[in-house]
Design a binder for this molecule. Structure first.
Ligand SMILES: *[C@@H]1O[C@H](CO)[C@@H](O)[C@H](O)[C@H]1NC(C)=O
Length: 211
């Protein structure tokens, strides 16, 4: 605005009026271009700020309903660091959203204390405390554990869809439902209930938001 040469056709008075903005004189072309550029830059900066604000809301300041992690990693240490819990009902490390403490606890105390074994012969016993650490890759349990597991998975499935709004991929697997139906349709005979015939393998299922 310091160059009067660019407005040769205006008298000094007109120029001053123009600067005050109370004379509807057209600005020189070069100046109009500058104004358009200014608008474009302003729009660009506004757009960048808007995107930055929205993404910081999404990634920086999450609402409590948004999970921090979708699974518990691959090791118990990693799982604990992610705030996960070991779910003895499925031998699964669960994210906070998918951990159903109520169902898991009801299962844990369903009939006294479950018996856990390091070997398939059922000789090397593990305490419940040991089993609940989730540190053992494999654990052997009884036929009764397996049968009862399926009935509690049914409860957990119902709660996941009806009240929790999150489900882990193990519970959500149609194959698992078919498997449990088969188990429930051909229950172990009473005298076989305490047989150690089921292998529990520790899993790290992904947790999915249902609604
Ligand atoms: C379910 O079982 C079928 C048949 O064995 C297999 O092809 C499919 O990959 C399984 N699905 C999942 C999600 O495990």
């Amino acid at each position: 605005m310091d160059s009067r040469q660019s407005s040769n056709d205006l008298t000094s008075e007109q120029w001053n009026d123009c600067q005050r903005g109370d004379t509807p004189l057209e600005k020189p072309v070069s100046e109009r271009r500058t104004t358009h550029k200014g608008i474009i830059y302003f729009a660009l900066i506004f757009f960048i700020l808007a995107v930055a604000t929205l993404s910081s809301r999404r990634w920086g300041f999450r609402s409590p309903a948004t999970p921090r992690f979708h699974d518990c990693g691959h090791t118990p240490t990693e799982a604990r660091r992610r705030g996960c819990h070991f779910d003895v009902l499925s031998f699964a490390w669960q994210t906070p959203e998918c951990y159903d403490r109520e169902t898991t606890e009801a299962f844990r105390t369903h009939s006294g204390t479950w018996r856990f074994f390091a070997d398939v012969d059922g000789e090397d016993m593990r305490t419940e405390d040991e089993a609940l650490t989730g540190e053992y890759l494999t654990t052997f349990v009884t036929a009764q554990f397996h049968w009862t597991h399926c009935t509690y998975m049914w409860r957990q499935l119902h709660r996941a869809y009806a009240s929790k709004g999150f489900i882990d991929e193990h519970l959500d697997n149609w194959n698992h439902t078919l498997h449990c139906q088969a188990v429930l349709l051909s229950p172990p005979v009473q005298e076989k209930m305490l047989d150690v015939n089921t292998l529990g393998r520790v899993i790290y299922p992904r947790c999915r938001k249902i609604w």
